[in-house]
Write a protein that binds this ligand. Structure first.
Ligand code: MN
Length: 311
């Protein structure tokens, strides 16, 4: 019987919660953010960032997350531009992306406009830091957000991703182009001069971001701010993060149906196993079409598949 506690980054905690969301159980103990129960392991996520794995399956489950635990960033403050003090109460376009670390499924980016007079409503609808929200919760509130706000969601499917990637473009460049495009399209939907600012959840320094965009036709530069952890700064970014996540989830559903296997999120060993299964049953082209092909998972899956072939 093992009892393992690891400390995880906010991102990794969210991944843990999403990963075990099907097995969620109610646990009203103090400090408990999320609890799940497998047949041989209980998983508890605490608000401190610690995650406990109890039971015979504890070692196995903890191993999935141990690599994440090694380099837990301890930064708590947001980095980036100096922001106006009252930014959280201004009219803002927020933008965020997801799917970048997932082997299966697309990268999705959302830009959302929240005018000053709708900030309270959006909070009322349950928008908060998406790092602490489950997929189910986000799927539940997304329709209300879409009905109340102007937004633009872009999906970069893997056929396109793999093409662009193999021509030498980095993920950073792809993300920059998607953010810029989503913000540009959203700006054209709302009256001119409207948002006080555009706030991008920072994934690259300002200089790098605009360097990525240098060959674009339309480049949004006016009133653009960058900050890390921006979903904690303004609900527009939190809402963008939710819509991006929901678009990702719905694409994953579609792809799973298309390929006839439930595609797991992330890039863990489970992902390799499912990828190997697809490789054996449907071949390389099928796997290529639903994955970020350059990820190390491709090699791992092919190793697993060749072992199985010779059995
Ligand atoms: Mn982000």
């Amino acid at each position: 019987m093992s009892n393992i506690v690891i400390k995880l980054s906010e991102k990794a905690q969210k991944d843990v919660i999403n990963y075990y969301s099907q097995k969620m159980v109610e646990r009203k103990a103090p400090g408990v953010v999320f609890a799940a129960k497998l047949s041989d392991c209980a998983i508890t996520v605490y608000s401190s960032g610690k995650v406990m794995f109890q039971g015979n399956g504890g070692t196995r489950e903890a191993e999935i997350w141990q690599t994440e635990a090694k380099d837990t960033p301890t930064k708590t403050l947001s980095k980036g531009d100096t922001l106006p003090k009252n930014i959280s109460s201004l009219s803002l376009i927020g933008s965020d992306e997801t799917g970048t670390g997932d082997y299966f499924g697309p990268i999705t980016v959302a830009a959302v406009y929240v005018p000053q007079d709708k900030i309270e409503l959006i909070k009322e609808l349950g928008v908060k830091d998406s790092k602490m929200l489950t997929d189910e919760y986000m799927l539940k509130i997304a329709p209300d957000l879409k009905a109340s706000l102007e937004y633009c969601v872009l999906i970069l499917r893997n056929e396109k991703y793999n093409l662009v990637q193999s021509s030498g473009a980095s993920q950073g460049k792809m993300k920059a182009k998607l953010h810029n495009q989503a913000i540009h399209r959203l700006l054209s939907k709302i009256s001119p001069g409207k948002p006080d600012y555009v706030l991008i959840d920072q994934f690259a320094e300002r200089k790098t971001y605009y360097n990525y965009l240098k060959n674009e036709k339309e480049i949004v530069t006016d009133k653009v701010l960058f900050a890390t952890k921006a979903e904690q700064i303004h609900v527009a970014v939190a809402a963008a993060s939710i819509l991006a996540r929901c678009a990702f989830l719905s694409e994953m559903d579609k792809l799973s149906k298309l390929i006839g296997v439930t595609l797991p999120k992330g890039a863990s060993h489970k992902v390799d196993e499912v990828a190997a299964q697809i490789l054996l049953a449907q071949g390389e082209d099928a796997l290529h079409s639903v994955t970020k092909w350059h990820f190390a998972n491709t090699q791992k899956a092919s190793r697993i598949a060749s072992k199985k072939r010779f059995k």
